[in-house]
Design a protein around this ligand. Structure first.
Ligand SMILES: *Cc1c(COP(=O)(O)O)cnc(C)c1O
Length: 413
């Protein structure tokens, strides 16, 4: 083996020793409650396909039709080669769905965070993140060159302390800068690994008071919350008070891609300045058309029924997983284990019993906060839940087991 491969093997061995090695598992079926993984039939509680749309006939038909109409590839960036009608249809559908003036789509949610944050901020600015935001936002914050501050998870006092610092800081400027220094707060509405919610109303009050901008990532809330399924911002009545909403088309909406929704100037500015939009080949027509069909379905009576079904399943499961169930906060139910190796072993045990729940470890979550991340979708049946519960109980993975507890809030770290 050559020296390069030897070094990488050594690094992999170090990851393995900490219980942090990751590997791909081959799936030979569509995303659905029943999947075939490495030749084994498993009951799937790992997916963010919350409304069960990833394999829906309406979305598949829309994707196939888009291929017939526009082909498979897009040839170049939308600014270079022409911006296909399917992309415009998707952005019009998105803006209407969200009840906002405009939308822009990107090839992924990851590219959306990177392009948007780096377009808006530079080295004179400040970016303030919730401790638990997604890696795409952390990476964007580092890349954009703004001063980075992190507030304790959902801690409004800690955030206010930072905003007071930014206010003092801008007051201290001696020479007039080219433009005013800006502060952008970024959080998720529903947190991806804990399934808890951000206090969006209070965040809006704070950012208004301090003149900061607020960007909310609705990746795990779009399609699930609010009277029209627009997201948690709709449910909490703050949708029009956010500067920037982002999300993904790849979770509840059943397709692929990322989006920003907001004002027309925001979208026009991003078309000019978001590098992950400008310097990247346009998403394939099939993905855009599937996403448009996913949005239509999420808005329909059928979408409403699927949301109701999902919340009903969650309400059914929650009392078995926690002593103080309350109302489910999201479709994400983390079973926090702590130790990385133990979490991996628990996931392997579950697979032997035909249950697929992934072990989530550092760096996705803090060290020592490894967990089984259980997600439900509207496509699960009550029988699926019964099977899940029987196995969780047989393996002593319900909270009655001392070392395990569903965490309603994030662990420290
Ligand atoms: C999944 C996710 C993203 C990234 O979206 P992709 O379309 O998968 O790239 C961004 N933010 C959060 C909170 C996510 O969970």
């Amino acid at each position: 083996m050559n020296a390069f491969d030897q070094e990488l093997n050594d690094r992999l061995a170090a990851l393995r020793a900490q219980g942090l090695e990751r590997e791909l598992r081959r799936v030979d079926s569509p995303q659905s409650p029943h999947v075939r993984v490495n030749g084994q039939n498993l009951l799937n509680f790992s997916s963010n396909d919350y409304l069960g749309l990833a394999n829906d006939p309406a979305l598949k038909a829309a994707a196939i039709q888009a291929i017939e109409r526009f082909g498979t590839g897009t040839g170049a960036s939308r600014l270079v080669c022409g911006s296909l009608a399917v992309h415009h249809e998707l952005e019009e559908a998105l803006a209407a769905f969200k009840g906002l003036p405009a939308a822009l789509t990107f090839s992924t949610g990851y590219a959306t965070a990177l392009g948007t944050i780096c377009a808006l901020l530079g080295s004179d600015d400040v970016i303030v993140l919730d401790k638990l935001v997604h890696a795409s936002i952390v990476d964007a914050a580092r890349l954009c060159g703004a001063k980075l501050r992190v507030f304790a998870h959902n801690d409004l006092n800690d955030l206010e302390r930072i905003l007071q610092w930014t206010a003092r800081r801008s007051g201290n400027t001696i020479s007039a800068p080219a433009r005013k220094s800006r502060t952008l707060i970024v959080t998720e509405s529903v947190f991806s690994m804990d399934g808890d919610q951000a206090p969006l109303r209070e965040l809006v009050e704070l950012k208004d008071h301090y003149g900061a901008w607020l960007m909310v990532d609705e990746a795990h809330a779009t399609g699930l919350f609010g009277a029209h399924g627009r997201g948690l911002a709709e449910e909490l009545g703050v949708s029009e008070r956010l500067e920037i909403q982002m999300g993904t088309l790849g979770k509840a909406l059943g397709a692929a891609g990322g989006y920003v929704c907001g004002s027309r100037p925001l979208v026009d500015f991003l078309v000019n300045r978001a590098r992950s939009f400008i310097f990247s080949t346009a998403p394939v027509p099939a993905a855009a058309a599937a996403a448009t069909a996913g949005i239509r379905l999420a808005q329909s009576a059928e979408g409403e029924q699927r949301r109701a079904r999902l919340w009903q399943l969650l309400a059914q499961l929650l009392p078995h997983l926690t002593a103080q169930p309350g109302r489910p906060k999201s479709a994400i139910l983390p079973l926090v284990i702590g130790d990385e190796t133990q979490a991996v072993q628990a996931a392997a045990c579950l697979r032997e019993h035909h249950i697929f729940i992934p072990a989530i470890r550092y760096p996705t979550v803090a060290r020592g906060a490894a967990r089984l991340r259980l997600t439900l979708t509207a496509a699960h049946s009550s029988a699926d839940l019964e099977e899940l519960l029987a196995v969780l109980q047989a393996l002593q993975l319900t909270p009655r087991t001392p070392r395990l507890a569903v965490s309603p809030h994030a662990p420290a770290g």
